[in-house]
Design a protein around this ligand. Structure first.
Ligand code: TMP
Ligand code: ZN
Length: 434
C-alpha cells in the first residue's frame, strides 16, 4: 500500500509561527526527484502539496513538509554539472564572488549545498581556502574527486559552530538553490551567524518568488522546495537574526532567480538595488494575499489548458513525449493527471534517471537516444529553464517537423523562432537561457 502523508503536519508559518492557510492545493504528490523502478511502485510515498502565503512575515511555503531523509539521501539524483548552462553560470558566479567578496588576506569560503563541486572547484583552483558542505554522499564523492574539500553533512546551527572551531570564521558563505530545501530556516541562519566573520557576507541565490508568480511557474512547487523567497520575506527572516540584505542582483537561472548579499546588521551599506526591489515588490503586491489568490486562479487555468491541448493532440493521433525529467515535471504530471497514455516517455541526459519511471505517474524515463532515433510529433519541454541550450541542440527535431510544447508562462506549441530567450527580469517574462 502506498504510504500517504508526511511526518510533519504544519498548521503554522515555519518562520514566525502565525497561522497560515494554503492559496493553492496541488493534491497528492510524490517526492519530485524520487524517480523509481517498477519494483518500488507499491511503496511509493505521497504527501499533500499545498502552498501558503504568511500574511504576518510574507514567507510563501509548503504547508506540509516531507522529512528531509526522504528528500536527500546517498542516491540523490541531481548533479548540477550535467547542464552546460549551469556550468557556465556557476563559473561566472564563482569568479564574481571571489572577486567581490574574497579579496582579503587568506579568505575562507564555505559553500552550503556544494553538490558535485560545480562552484567550489573554482575556489579550489584559485588556491583559496574553502569547504563544501553537502548531505548527499554520492555528490560529495564527485566533488572530492575534483579537488574540492567537502564535508558530508546537513548544515545547521551545530555544523556552523563545528566548522568555525575546526577552520576558523568564514569570510564568505555561499549557497545557491539550497536554502529553499532546508526545513528549519532558523537553524540554518543561526549556523551562518555562528560561522560568519564579523564583516563577512552570506551570498544566497534562489528562484525568485516574483518570477514564479508573474510566469505562473507553479512547477517550482515541489517537496524539495519548502520556501519561495521574496526580498520582503527574507528581510523579515534575517532581521530576527540581526542580519540584513545589503545588495542583490537578478539571475537568469531557474526561470528567474535572485542573488542576495547578506551581512550582519550595520556592517555594510545597503545598496539602492535593495530599496528599488522592495518598492517593486510592494507595487506588485507580493505582500498581499489577493495576489496569491489571483495566482492560484492562473495555475488552475494553466492545468486546464495543458490537459486540453494534450487531449486534442491525442485525438489527432500525435505522438507526444516529454523532454527533461525535471523535478518540475513531477508537479506538472501529477497535478495535471498526465501518465504514459498522454506522454509516451520523458527523455533525460542524467544516467541515474534513465531506466526509471517518473514519480507518481510512472512515465518511463529514457536516454535522449530514444528521442533522436524516432522523433515524436511534440515534446513537452519540462526543462524549460534550459530552453536555449535544448533548442540549439535539437535542430534535428525541428527538421523532422517536431515542436516543443511549453506551459510556462502559458500553454501552447512553442515557435522555434520564439524570441523568448529574454534577458533576466525579476518580475518580467520567463527567462529561458539557463
Ligand atoms: P533542472 O531544471 O533542475 O536544472 O533539471 C534539468 C533536468 O533536465 C536534468 O534532469 C537534466 C535534464 N536535461 C536534459 O535531459 N537535457 C538537456 O539538454 C538539459 C539542459 C537538461
Ligand atoms: Zn510567517
Amino acid at each position: 500500500m502506498p504510504v500517504v502523508g508526511a511526518r510533519f503536519a504544519m498548521p503554522a508559518c515555519r518562520v514566525c509561527s502565525q497561522s497560515i492557510a494554503p492559496f493553492i492545493s496541488l493534491g497528492r504528490m510524490p517526492v519530485a526527484n524520487a524517480f523509481l523502478r517498477r519494483e518500488a511502485f507499491a511503496d511509493e510515498f505521497f504527501f499533500n502539496l499545498a502552498v501558503a502565503f504568511c500574511p504576518a512575515c510574507g514567507m510563501v511555503q509548503l504547508t506540509e513538509q516531507v522529512d528531509r531523509d526522504r528528500l536527500f539521501h546517498p542516491d540523490y539524483a541531481y548533479f548540477s554539472s550535467l547542464s552546460a548552462g549551469m556550468v557556465r553560470h556557476f563559473t561566472s558566479y564563482a569568479e564574481q564572488v571571489l572577486r567581490e567578496h574574497a579579496s582579503g588576506d587568506d579568505p575562507f569560503i564555505v559553500e552550503i549545498g556544494s553538490n558535485d563541486g560545480i562552484a567550489c572547484r573554482h575556489f579550489s583552483a584559485a588556491g583559496v581556502r574553502h569547504l563544501g558542505v553537502d548531505p548527499s554522499e554520492n555528490v560529495c564523492a564527485v566533488a572530492r574527486a575534483k579537488g574540492v574539500q567537502t564535508l558530508c553533512r546537513f548544515f545547521d546551527e551545530e555544523a556552523g559552530s563545528d566548522i568555525r572551531r575546526d577552520f576558523g570564521p568564514a569570510d564568505l558563505i555561499v549557497s545557491a538553490n539550497v536554502i529553499t530545501h532546508v526545513p528549519d530556516l532558523h537553524t540554518l541562519v543561526r549556523g551562518v551567524c555562528n560561522l560568519l566573520s564579523e564583516r563577512g557576507v552570506f551570498v544566497i541565490e534562489e528562484p525568485y518568488l516574483g518570477s514564479i508568480v508573474s510566469n505562473t511557474a507553479y512547477d517550482q512547487f515541489y517537496a524539495e522546495h519548502g520556501y519561495y523567497f521574496s526580498l520582503l520575506a527574507l528581510t523579515s527572516l534575517f532581521a530576527r537574526h540581526e542580519l540584513e540584505v545589503v545588495d542583490l542582483s537578478a539571475q537568469p537561472t531557474h526561470g528567474g532567480s535572485m542573488r542576495y548579499v547578506v551581512a550582519r546588521r550595520g556592517q555594510r551599506a545597503v545598496s539602492q538595488a535593495v530599496e528599488d526591489l522592495r518598492a517593486r515588490e510592494r507595487e506588485s503586491g507580493l505582500h498581499q494575499h489577493a495576489t496569491y489568490e489571483a495566482f492560484a486562479g492562473r495555475i488552475l487555468h494553466s492545468r486546464d489548458a495543458l490537459r486540453s491541448l494534450l487531449g486534442e493532440l491525442k485525438r489527432a493521433n500525435r505522438r507526444v513525449t516529454g523532454y527533461g525529467a525535471t523535478a518540475k515535471s513531477t508537479t506538472v504530471t501529477n497535478f495535471c493527471g498526465l501518465g504514459p497514455d498522454d506522454i509516451e516517455y520523458i527523455c533525460d541526459t542524467t544516467p541515474g534517471k534513465q531506466g526509471t519511471f517518473s514519480p507518481g505517474m510512472h512515465i518511463p524515463v529514457v536516454a535522449p537516444d530514444g528521442f533522436h532515433a524516432r522523433y515524436p510529433d511534440h515534446a513537452v519541454l519540462f526543462a524549460w529553464n534550459h530552453c536555449a541550450e535544448i533548442v540549439a541542440k535539437e535542430q534535428g527535431f525541428r527538421a523532422a517537423g517536431g515542436s516543443f510544447i511549453e506551459y510556462v508562462p502559458s500553454v501552447g506549441l512553442m515557435s522555434w523562432d520564439r524570441d523568448g530567450l529574454a534577458a533576466p527580469s525579476p518580475t518580467g517574462p520567463a527567462t529561458r537561457d539557463s
